[in-house]
Structure formats: C-alpha cells, structure tokens
Design a protein around this ligand. Structure first.
Ligand code: FES
Length: 180
C-alpha cells in the first residue's frame, strides 16, 4: 500500500480502501494543472515528493500537479490518480493520453463531483464514496456501475525514467456534466 489507507465494509461497496486521506480538506493552491507540471504524491509519508514511474502500480496513487515550488492542490482539476494499466488494452485514443502503461485520470466524479478515492482490490475498480459509482481505469475509466454516466477524464502525460509530466489537456470536462 502506497499510503495510509482505511478499510470499510459495506454491502454496496464491498471492501474498499480509501486512497485519499481525511486531512485532504486542507486545500492549497487553486491554480489548475499546467503543461510541464510534475506529479507528486498527494498524501501520506511521501506527500509532495515526485512520483517515479517505476513506483506506479495497478492500484492508483492519488497525486497533485507541481509547478516549480507550487503544489497545486486546491481545485477539482488537481485531484488526480496515477495508475499502471494494461498497455495491450489501451485504445488508440487512450494511448495518446497515456505514456506507455502509465495513465493519469481526474479523480473528480462525473456524477456530482465528489473525489473518487476508493479502491476495490478484488474487482480492480475505483469507487466514488458519495453514491458508489465504479470506474475501470484499465478501460479508459469506463463506468461499470452508476449513477455516474460518463467516464473519468484522462490527462495527457509523458513519462521518462524519472518523472511523470503533464503534456496536454484533459480528455473531457472535469467532474459532473452541467444540468439541462
Ligand atoms: S458523486 Fe460520485 S457517485 Fe455521486
């Protein structure tokens, strides 16, 4: 486990671990991610440290973008998940946003915008704590269980041996669709 986690048991969610931290309410810089920003650990012992591609696994790591000395942590746009996906399962569109097997998704739920921060190890799905939507990060964050209707946004990145860097925009609008 890459950071402090919490086990819950609930009939609707199964056994999910929180990838987030209860202290996350203390938000910081509200500027949005920018091309060239590096990704750093959002929480835990390594908070603020650079995430190395070799440290990324199939269990997502919560991340913030960092530009210069500024960790951007105060906006929905900055709630990110870094994950190692099955490269062979990537669609051509997904492959354009990922860097090899490393992919970065927005953690802002497309239902009403809660932070998607639960992990179902057995199913290998992320789960939103608010209303239980599940997303498959190995499959372009497709919705496996609603009420969310849309996949999570992917963020275009590039990775080398040392760092993961933002290289473009999100694949779609962040968070919930506007009403009407
Ligand atoms: S906000 Fe995520 S399921 Fe409702």
């Amino acid at each position: 486990m890459k950071r402090r986690s919490f086990l819950i048991a609930s009939s609707s969610l199964g056994a999910a671990r929180w990838l987030d931290d209860p202290a996350h309410a203390a938000r910081g810089d509200r500027s949005k991610p920018e091309v060239g920003d590096l990704l750093v650990y959002a929480f835990g012992e390594k908070a603020g440290q650079i995430i190395r591609p070799t440290e990324v696994t199939s269990e997502p790591t919560m991340a913030f973008p960092k530009g210069g000395d500024v960790v951007r942590s105060g906006s929905l746009h900055n709630q990110l998940m870094v994950v190692r996906v099955d490269e062979e399962a990537l669609t051509s569109r997904m492959a354009r946003y990922a860097s090899g097997p490393i992919a970065v998704y927005s953690a802002s739920c497309t239902h009403t915008g809660c932070e998607v921060n639960g992990w179902l190890d057995e199913e290998q799905l992320v789960v939103c704590p608010c209303h239980g939507s599940r997303f498959d990060l190995n499959n372009a964050a497709k919705v496996v269980l609603g009420p969310a209707m849309k996949p999570l946004a992917m963020l275009m990145i590039e990775a080398d041996e040392e760092v993961i860097r933002i290289a473009g925009r999100f694949s779609r609008r962040i968070g919930p669709e506007p009403l009407g």
